[in-house]
Design a protein. Structure first.
Length: 317
């Protein structure tokens, strides 16, 4: 990222980590509410109770005894699935099984694993290897999402997801995270995925950021990442806006995925969403957050809040 771009972003209201913590997460996110989003299992159950769509939960492993006695029997009835730590962060510890080859399980990259290897991975999850603070954890087994083909030409394996920042119930900025070869098929910017901004009004992708570089083409496919229309964009904004009441958090990140059959699903929520989304959009968060804070008293229902976002935060003429 060149210094000229950074200076331009500062003038455009770039939000830094210290200000994010002092003015937003500390002020608007009560600590007692953090467990609702730090624990993915609690988040999933909360979303289901509220009628929000999520990837189906196939099972939960909580003890080593369950691994030894039941895991192999349970997995035999599923050809594809995802194993993830309930308290994991940054995409760590997520294992995606895309199919079977006789008694072996195939990862999305093509590697084959024995049942014992899956059991070992689950055991590492329980030990807290991937959890926040290294605390003992639970392993969630979810259905594997089959992504909407809209992003098929601009990703390398894996499943793209959409991050929406929500402040006081108003969606303020969004991006789609596209897996690359460098990221190993994971939609995680720190591991080498692409973050492509999304116009809040039109729901179309903009240019993106990859390894701190502004890009317009996917490094693996060579196809342009901008100008892609996200299906059902208003519904995604509404789902994200609802997460404010769902969690009681004033500043949060909502991660969604587009399933080809079920439509938008909530993957997880984040009380400390990263700030690279500003680079992906080439716009700062600070001015948008200021606008929402001033307008908040008159922004009541979800439709009003989403309408405000689409009217005020579009970057296209």
């Amino acid at each position: 990222m060149c210094f000229g771009t950074i200076r331009a972003l500062r003038k455009a209201g770039l939000l830094g980590l210290n200000r994010r913590n002092a003015q937003y997460t500390l002020v608007h996110n009560p600590r007692r509410q953090y467990p609702l989003v730090d624990d993915k299992l609690r988040t999933k159950r909360l979303a289901v109770e509220a009628g929000l769509a999520v990837p189906a939960l196939l099972g939960v492993v909580e003890t080593e005894v369950q691994i030894r006695r039941h895991l192999h029997v349970f997995l035999e009835s599923h050809d594809d699935f995802v194993i993830k730590p309930s308290r994991g962060s940054g995409g760590n510890g997520i294992l995606i099984v895309a199919g079977r080859s006789k008694q072996l399980y195939r990862k999305i990259g093509g590697d084959l694993l024995e049942t014992a290897a899956l059991g070992y991975h689950v055991s590492n999850i329980l030990s807290g290897m991937y959890s926040l603070g290294g605390q003992p954890d639970r392993a969630m087994i979810e259905e594997r999402v089959h992504f909407d083909p809209v992003f098929e030409t601009v990703l390398y394996q894996g499943v793209p997801d959409i991050r929406i920042i929500v402040f006081l119930g108003v969606p303020v900025m969004a991006m789609v995270r596209l897996p690359t070869r460098l990221s190993g098929g994971r939609a995680n910017l720190h591991q080498g995925a692409i973050g492509a901004g999304i116009d809040m009004a039109a729901g179309t992708t903009l240019a993106g950021v990859w390894r701190n570089e502004i890009i317009s083409e996917h490094p693996d496919t060579g196809n342009r990442i901008d100008g892609i229309a996200v299906p059902g964009w208003p519904k995604l904004l509404e789902m994200a806006a609802r997460c404010h009441e769902l969690t009681g958090l004033g500043y949060l990140g909502v991660d969604l995925v587009l399933d080809r059959d079920r439509g938008p699903l909530i993957l997880e929520l984040n009380a400390r969403p990263g700030l690279a989304i500003q680079l992906a959009n080439r716009a700062g968060l600070r001015f948008r957050l200021d606008m929402v804070e001033k307008a908040a008293p008159r922004l009541g229902g979800i439709g009003t809040r989403v309408g405000f976002a689409r009217e005020r935060f579009s970057v296209t003429p």
